[in-house]
Design a protein around this ligand. Structure first.
Ligand code: GLP
Length: 233
């Protein structure tokens, strides 16, 4: 794993943006995108740039079960707000959390991933080491599927909802196996509350207890960290 330490979120967003720009110059056509607060500075850098994404495809990592794209808590809405409304892609896919048949929605998304193999995958990380919504205990070879959120993730994400009870308990997430197919993976983390997860991701054993540790088995991973997130390395 390559590790790049940056001063702050602004510098981290710019560093990730430069990697995407270089990847596009080398022919990248499909970006794997993430939600959460972490990639926002990257999306701002993309929106402020003169790069054209209108011939690119984007594939998002995950979506809450039960939320439609027009729900302002959905990840689809988040992506429209932060990126797609300002920088349209040729096609932008997000798992269909509104489909009551979650197995069918997950299978359809895995088929889309096969049609649009990801060149550059952006990841954040949960405090418990989750990537996408693959919580500790997830199969390290898993495909896109319906997953249950842990209480730690529900608590962390409740800051975006009026009430903790409103946080969906399930999501459809690309599996760790689906994520590992990305040709290049950029994981971004900021803040001291990510330091333990980053230490275990980089220095711990590859284990289902820390889903991001699977990235040790990928040969093209770059971690962009601020000093607080890197403080336990
Ligand atoms: C959610 C998302 C993850 C994201 C994580 C961290 O659980 N499913 O993809 O990495 O939140 O979010 P933040 O960047 O806000 O810390």
């Amino acid at each position: 794993m390559d590790i790049k330490i940056v001063k702050d979120k602004l510098a981290g967003g710019q560093a990730a943006f430069e990697l995407i720009k270089a990847g596009m110059a080398h022919g990248a056509q499909v970006l794997g995108l993430a939600t959460g607060s972490t990639p926002i500075s990257l999306y701002e850098a993309m929106c402020q740039s003169d790069l054209d994404f209108s011939q690119m495809v984007s594939m998002n990592l995950d979506e809450y079960v039960g939320l439609t794209p027009d729900n302002d808590q959905s990840y689809h809405y988040f992506m429209n707000e932060h990126l797609f409304s300002k920088k349209p892609f040729k096609a932008s896919y997000v798992p269909d959390g509104a489909n009551p048949d979650t197995d069918a929605a997950a299978a359809a998304y895995e088929k889309l991933l096969a049609e649009h193999p990801i060149d550059i995958q952006i990841l954040g990380i949960g405090r418990n080491g989750h990537i996408g919504f693959n919580e500790p205990g997830s199969d390290l070879d898993g495909k896109t599927q319906k997953v249950a959120l842990t209480q730690s993730t529900i608590d962390a994400n409740s800051r975006f909802f009026a009430d903790e009870k409103d946080v969906p308990r399930f999501a459809i997430s690309m599996g760790i196996g689906s994520i590992m197919k990305g040709k290049e993976i950029i994981l971004i983390a900021y803040g001291a509350d990510k330091a333990d997860a980053i230490k275990e991701t980089v220095e711990g054993p590859v284990t289902t207890h820390v889903p991001a540790s699977a990235l040790q088995n990928h040969d093209n991973v770059i971690l962009i960290l601020d000093e607080a997130a890197a403080s336990k390395l």
